[in-house]
Design a protein around this ligand. Structure first.
Ligand code: GLA
Length: 395
């Protein structure tokens, strides 16, 4: 099948040579290299990362590319292919939260976070291009940060371990861009491998590749972008995060990850009514991640289905981050034959993933599209997610 690949937003992936040519047209000469970092979908383990818990993301083939050339005068120049001719220019020494706005906060923040952590970085000319849809809950901002992080790591010979680069990218997003995200998206973009999902411990950043073979089981993973723009900066995400931290404090725990499942009932009875459902989601979601990773490791990919759907119910009813469009996409996909489906990412819109027998992918896509039309929603965009490699040099 050939699903609707985000018309107008995801054209064919620009290759490294194209990025290098665009760099030359803009700045003159050749870049020192081209680096790429992917967007992600999270298979399961939502809103667990900032609770020091577990997640199971995979990288998408859609990437953000950075063609870059080191400068020795301390000047950072940033250009996005989505922004016409406008170049943002600032001295690295002048970077501070609030000095850069819009999309450029993410790359500038990454350079700032490297410098702030004491790494010897200076200027560069950067040309940025991306096929990761924005606002779809597919981590376009992490892809942008991580592409710049790996480019700078090479340009300045830092050789930092990937988890350290992930912390730098997260710091850029938290402290420079003002978005209080966890670490999952950056770890996914930097550490995922082709054909695998990444089992992530968000406390220690230990991670391992879990084989995720869809084709061997005749399955595909559809990503249904509801086109409801998701925005983590609007306060709801921060409020949930604060609620979890308050609950952990009341329970006398460093984080909700430290609440064992067999003490959940007792903990729920002790907590204020508004916090108990948050805790129930986090603890049961950590258990679903463990179960999903075990099933995948055992080669039982279809067993993921019911876990996905149970995860969605928990996000809808306990964590309350779904919306009518994501609920409709999940219910319709499951009704049309998906083995399971759930919203993925932060919520409040964004995308849904559905595990679907390949033969049913066109009819599931058609059923969701028809249901959206009947409900008066914007048509969704659907793509097929293929577990892809993490960030690195591509040219
Ligand atoms: C967003 C954040 C992540 C994570 C998810 C929810 O994607 O950036 O850190 O918290 O939401 O699982």
């Amino acid at each position: 099948m050939s699903p609707d690949l985000h018309p107008g937003r995801v054209p064919d992936a620009p290759d490294a040579a194209r990025s290098a040519r665009a760099f030359g047209a803009l700045y003159g000469g050749l870049p020192d290299g081209v680096w790429a970092a992917p967007g992600r979908v999270n298979v399961i383990g939502e809103h667990t990362d900032y609770n020091d818990g577990f997640a199971l993301p995979m990288a998408l083939p859609q990437t953000t590319r950075v063609a870059a050339r080191r400068r020795d005068d301390g000047v950072l120049r940033l250009h996005s292919a989505r922004e016409g001719d406008r170049i943002t220019e600032i001295r690295v020494a002048d970077l501070a939260p609030g000095t850069v706005s819009g999309w450029a906060r993410y790359p500038a923040g990454t350079v700032w976070a490297l410098a702030e952590a004491g790494h010897p970085v200076g200027g560069a000319d950067l040309h940025i291009d991306s096929t990761v849809p924005t606002g779809a809950g597919l981590s376009s901002s992490a892809a942008l940060e991580c592409a710049v992080a790996v480019a700078y790591d090479d340009l300045y010979g830092l050789a930092l371990p990937r988890p350290e680069l992930a912390r730098i990218a997260q710091r850029a997003e938290n402290a420079f861009a003002g978005v209080p995200c966890g670490i999952m998206d950056q770890m996914a973009s930097l550490c995922c491998a082709e054909g695998a999902a990444l089992h992530l411990d968000s406390r220690t950043l230990e991670h391992r590749q879990v084989p995720f073979d869809l084709a061997a089981h005749g399955l595909v993973l559809l990503v249904i972008d509801t086109r409801v723009q998701h925005d983590l900066g609007d306060g709801a995400y921060a409020a949930l995060r604060a609620g979890c931290e308050r609950a952990a404090g009341l329970l006398g725990l460093p984080a909700l990850r430290d609440l064992p499942a067999d003490r959940l009932g007792e903990a729920l009875a002790a907590l204020p009514a508004e916090l108990a459902p948050l805790v129930r989601h986090v603890v049961t979601e950590d258990a679903r991640v463990a179960e999903a990773a075990a099933r995948l490791a055992a080669g039982d990919t279809p067993a993921l289905g019911p876990l996905l759907t149970a995860g969605h119910a928990s996000l809808r009813d306990d964590y309350r981050v779904s919306c009518p469009e994501t609920d409709l996409a999940v219910d319709t996909a499951v009704g049309a034959g998906a083995l399971g489906a759930r919203m993925t990412g932060g919520g409040f819109g964004g995308s849904v993933i559905a595990l679907v027998p390949a033969a049913l992918a066109p009819s599931v896509t058609g059923a969701v599209t028809a249901a959206f039309a009947r409900a008066g929603h914007h048509p969704p965009a659907v793509l097929t997610a293929v577990p892809s490699r993490g960030a690195g040099r591509v040219g």
